[in-house]
Design a protein around this ligand. Structure first.
Ligand SMILES: Cc1cc2nc3c(=O)[nH]c(=O)nc-3n(C[C@H](O)[C@H](O)[C@H](O)COP(=O)(O)OP(=O)(O)OC[C@H]3O[C@@H](n4cnc5c(N)ncnc54)[C@H](O)[C@@H]3O)c2cc1C
Ligand code: SF4
Length: 563
């Protein structure tokens, strides 16, 4: 049976580690460089702003630009996709008495919740299991929250550089000294076009990688400094839509079961979320573990199928889809965390290192908390004027003392148990939850998603035909993401293009943005894969399943506003 990992991409992380090359006077010098304008990176920038305001002497020493944030999206929020029901603890700690929760761009607190186990036609209501209880949490659009946090970071003095992708990790004498941004204006084959602009070396005393899921430089840094955790990281793929609806939804809904199959051999783990966004919008998404085996599985099409369920059709009746998005979620949990969260000159936060509580479907509060703790560790080192290799180790101590560590430890094997099938997995997960993680299952082995041997079924035969009202094809969905990637830029997706048909079929069905198409068959049973890279919405699934996503030209990709 074919495994995608047998066909590795033409990618070497050492190609993305470099010494600074710009002449010293042309380098952009900043105090702290943050890569990624998501909740982790922006929380880090906001906290640094607060600390530097209290200590102008340190700010003075850091020079003209004390804090800079590189964001590859058109603007902060453009590449943010989430649910999002947010545990407010970290936001409250970040803002203290500076801002109340209701002063943030929120759709308000959760007012009720339901959990259903679905079959094709029926929905069995069950009491929400502990991880799905959301009393006290608040509903947001992460894309909107990202824009708001970016404004707060700028008010605090941070320089936000949108449309700027960090391409290479700058390392000098074993120490991270910043990042090199990507070139702009290159043609398909890499040649310089009329509007060519070379990337720049942005050098910093401390670099914080807050790139989120499948972080490009985070992966490079984990390799370069041998930081990988005990277990490999694994991911889920989530596809979601935002709908304008006629009737308000009065609660958050989670579903399990259909359209996923419960049989162990399929390894289909996941569920859906349906959250209200004020009185006239709802968001609906489906999350599926990328350790699934069926090459015909398409999360996008399963979401379309889910919407045809009578229970869900009623929620969307008379409504209109206004946005669509897709993104992966790291789900390896505690045992997949890196061995250390720092290296000389470097700190690692948020989804990039897998800080997500998968049974709760929550990572935003960990991203914000880790960003805040990274800011404090960076500040302590800068205040003392330290740059030695161990100066940033207090960040690891702070994370180990935080609720992030405690809670991830409690649910440490939660994701792996579902590899034993839905029912056994569900029973073990309940035992762990009820005992708050005291049921000891030992460290459960995890295999990389790309190592799963493939099987091929006719699963795709039951996907509903797109009607443009309730159900949609992939290309119109890419359009609904606002994707504006230039067609003639170099291909940013690294994959082996000649592969067995099953592997090509896996990638073709998996990609929610219709990037891959099976082309000519060779006599030896392999096929050539055609790649339409400009459709890519940078969800990251291809990295989990055997290829490698690298950041395209800054400003490319989706322009999410509500996801
Ligand atoms: C569909 C879905 C539903 C979810 N639901 C919930 C929920 O309800 N509640 C919850 O708490 N969590 C939820 N999560 C998880 C949550 O969204 C993440 O844990 C959280 O967004 C992580 O924040 P982050 O800052 O680490 O990364 P991200 O939010 O991914 O932000 C990273 C940012 O860095 C930028 N970036 C990345 N690489 C580079 C680079 N090289 N150069 C420049 N910029 C770069 C990206 O463009 C992005 O803006 C959900 C996730 C998904 C996908
Ligand atoms: S090509 Fe882009 S959109 Fe498609 S799976 Fe890969 S990262 Fe996701």
């Amino acid at each position: 049976m074919a495994r995608p990992s047998n066909f590795p991409p033409p990618f070497s992380s050492s190609d993305y580690v470099a010494e600074p090359t710009d002449p010293a006077e042309e380098r952009i010098e900043v105090g702290v460089l943050i890569v990624g304008g998501g909740p982790a990176g922006l929380a880090c920038a906001i906290r640094l702003g607060q600390l530097l305001e209290e200590h102008p002497d340190v700010a003075e020493r850091l020079g003209e630009v004390a804090v800079a944030v590189l964001e590859k999206g058109k603007q902060p929020g453009s590449h943010l996709v989430s649910g999002a029901v947010v545990d407010p603890r970290a936001l409250r700690r970040l803002f203290g008495n500076r801002l109340r929760m209701d002063e943030l761009p929120t759709f308000g607190p959760v007012t009720g919740e339901s959990v259903y186990v679905l079959t094709r036609r029926a929905a069995l209501s069950i009491p929400p299991p502990p991880p799905m209880r959301n009393h006290g949490n608040w509903i947001f659009s992460l894309s909107q929250l990202g824009r708001f946090l970016a404004e707060r970071a700028e008010e605090g003095g941070a320089m936000i550089l949108p449309e700027t992708a960090a391409q290479k990790l700058l390392v000098s004498h074993g120490r991270v000294v910043g990042a090199r941004t990507g070139d702009k204006g290159r043609g398909r084959e890499g040649g310089e076009l009329g509007n060519f602009e070379a990337g720049s070396d942005v050098v910093a005393k401390v670099t914080v990688l807050a790139e989120g899921t499948q972080g490009h430089l985070t992966g490079v840094a984990l390799d370069r400094f041998s930081l990988h955790g005990e277990n490999p990281q694994v991911w889920e793929l989530a596809v979601k839509e935002v709908w304008k609806v006629e009737k308000p939804l009065d609660r958050v809904i989670h579903t399990m079961g259909w359209p996923l199959r419960t049989g162990k051999r399929y390894r289909e783990f996941g569920g859906s979320f349906i959250y209200p966004m004020g009185k006239d919008m709802v968001t609906i998404g489906l999350v599926v573990g990328l350790d699934y085996r069926d090459a015909s599985l398409s999360v996008h099409d399963l979401l379309q199928e889910l919407k045809t369920h009578p229970k869900i059709r009623r929620i969307l009746a008379g409504g209109e889809r206004v946005e669509w998005g897709a993104k992966t979620i790291p789900s390896g949990g505690f045992h997949s965390l890196p061995q250390r969260l720092h290296a000389p000159g470097l700190l690692l936060c948020g989804d990039g290192v897998g800080m997500v509580n998968v049974p709760r479907l929550k990572g935003i509060h960990y991203a914000i908390e880790s960003g805040r703790l990274a800011a404090e560790a960076a500040f302590r080192a800068l205040q003392r004027g330290e740059t030695p290799a161990t100066a940033l180790s207090s960040y690891d101590d702070a994370v180990r003392d935080s609720f992030i560590w405690r809670e991830l430890h409690e649910v440490r094997n939660m994701r792996q148990v579902f590899g034993r099938g839905f029912f056994v997995g569900g029973a073990l997960a309940s035992a762990m939850t009820v005992s708050k993680g005291r049921v000891e299952l030992g460290k459960m082995r995890a295999e990389p998603d790309a190592d799963q041997p493939l099987l091929v079924t006719d699963r795709d035969a039951s996907y509903p035909a797109p009607d443009g009202k309730l159900t949609f094809d992939k290309l119109s969905s890419v359009f609904a993401s606002g994707n504006k990637t230039r067609d003639d830029q170099p291909n940013h997706i690294k994959i082996e293009r000649r592969v067995p048909r099953e592997v090509a079929r896996l990638w073709e069905h998996m990609c929610p943005a219709q990037v891959y198409e099976i082309g000519a068959e060779d006599g030896d049973g392999t096929v050539l894969l055609e790649v339409a890279a400009s459709n890519c919405v940078q969800c990251g699934a291809i990295t989990a399943k055997g290829g490698r996503l690298t950041p395209p030209e800054g400003g490319s990709g989706p322009e999410y506003t509500l996801t």
